[in-house]
Design a protein around this ligand. Structure first.
Ligand code: DCP
Ligand code: MG
Ligand code: MN
Length: 336
């Protein structure tokens, strides 16, 4: 029989085949070999079957269709779709949205708009979308940010930050490189730097620091700037670059001297280690955040805070470990 490949013969169970094929594609995606085989077998069986399938029992009676798929067929017949497939699709959409939202300057609405236009990857966006200057930068940097840097590069950037600021601005400022770097990892996703001083801190300090680092060409782009609040320190998020190297994400934090211990603890991480310490604090009825360990934090019924409580410890990491009755843990051992 001469049948061109594009010409489709209509069958009585095309709607079922279509959905089962979508499911098969997903199982291929997650490499579920056993399911792929059953679905392939079932799909061929349905294609050969001459009558319309309208029940579980009928489906089950067809050679090549197992119990699980027969149930799916009944669901498809009754509802026109299948929950499993809907969940898969939703997961897939969320994964794509997650990638899009990570692009600097792209929020949820843009991400959804792009998804609905059919884009599933950054490449799709680059190929099809007319991008603004900032979005282009966001995507260019996104590709560079995906790569972790060797710790030597994080060290060099940190050194330059310190040298530039101490020589051109204030020699009394102290610098600590935090995060994965302090935990001793061989690569770093970004550079986290705490800036502090055994003295009062000028509220405009971070603006000045950023300005000077930009003038020196070390910082290339700003991402965000947030002022100190009851939970968090003043923080700058931006981009640093050494000549001939990739753009790297950098976070700068201004920490008051009295809170250095709590800040060191928090920004060393890992976030999992932090979570377990916070849980320990909570079990004692206390609260640990990046500014200190507190007792008697008063809360509204909706968990919003009324008072920040009584400070138990914040000056050194050791004090906080002691208060929590946890043996001091070296940064290199805080990876889990
Ligand atoms: N942190 C946290 N909870 C978060 C974000 C951060 O406890 N939601 C703390 C722990 C992290 C530290 O701040 O170790 C620095 O955050 P990073 O996101 O920079 O994480 P790391 O430096 O640990 O890893 P990476 O190498 O990916 O930057
Ligand atoms: Mg980091
Ligand atoms: Mn960081």
């Amino acid at each position: 029989r001469k049948n061109s490949k594009t010409e489709k013969v209509k069958g009585p169970n095309d709607d079922i085949i279509e959905i089962l094929t979508e499911l098969l594609n997903y199982y291929q995606l997650i490499k579920s070999e056993w399911r792929m085989m059953s679905y392939q077998k079932a799909i061929s069986a349905i294609k050969r079957y001459p009558n319309k399938i309208s029940s579980y029992k009928q489906a089950k009676s067809i050679f090549g269709i197992g119990d699980g798929i027969a149930k799916k067929i009944e669901e498809i017949v009754n509802t026109g779709t299948c929950k499993k497939l809907e969940t898969f699709k939703k997961d897939k959409m969320n994964n794509v949205l997650k990638i899009f939202i990570q692009i600097w300057g792209v929020g949820e609405s843009t991400a959804k708009k792009w998804y609905n236009k059919g884009y599933r990857s950054i490449d799709d966006i680059l190929k099809n979308e007319h991008l603004t200057y900032h979005q282009k930068i966001g995507i260019q940097l996104y590709n560079e940010f995906k790569e972790r840097m060797p710790r030597e590069e994080a060290e060099e950037i940190s050194k330059q930050v310190q040298t530039i600021i101490q020589t051109q601005y204030d020699p009394d400022l102290q610098f600590y490189t935090m995060g994965s770097f302090r935990r001793g990892l061989p690569t770093c996703g970004d550079i986290d730097i705490i800036i502090t001083k055994n003295d009062n801190l000028d509220p405009e300090l971070l603006y000045d620091v950023v300005k000077i680092l930009k003038q020196n060409g070390l910082l290339t782009h700003d991402l965000s700037f947030s002022r100190k609040n009851s939970e968090e320190h003043t923080k700058y998020m931006g981009v640093a670059q050494l000549p001939g190297h990739k753009h790297r994400r950098i976070d700068l934090l201004i920490v008051p001297w009295d809170e250095l211990g709590a800040a060191l603890l928090y920004f060393t991480g890992s976030d999992i280690f932090n979570r377990s310490l916070r849980l320990l604090a909570r079990k004692k009825g206390w609260r640990l955040n990046q500014r200190g360990l507190y007792a008697n934090v008063l809360r509204n019924t909706d968990a919003s805070k009324i008072t920040s409580g009584v400070l138990i410890a914040s000056k050194t990491e050791k004090e906080i470990f002691d208060a929590l009755e946890v043996p001091y843990c070296e940064p290199k051992d805080r990876d889990a």
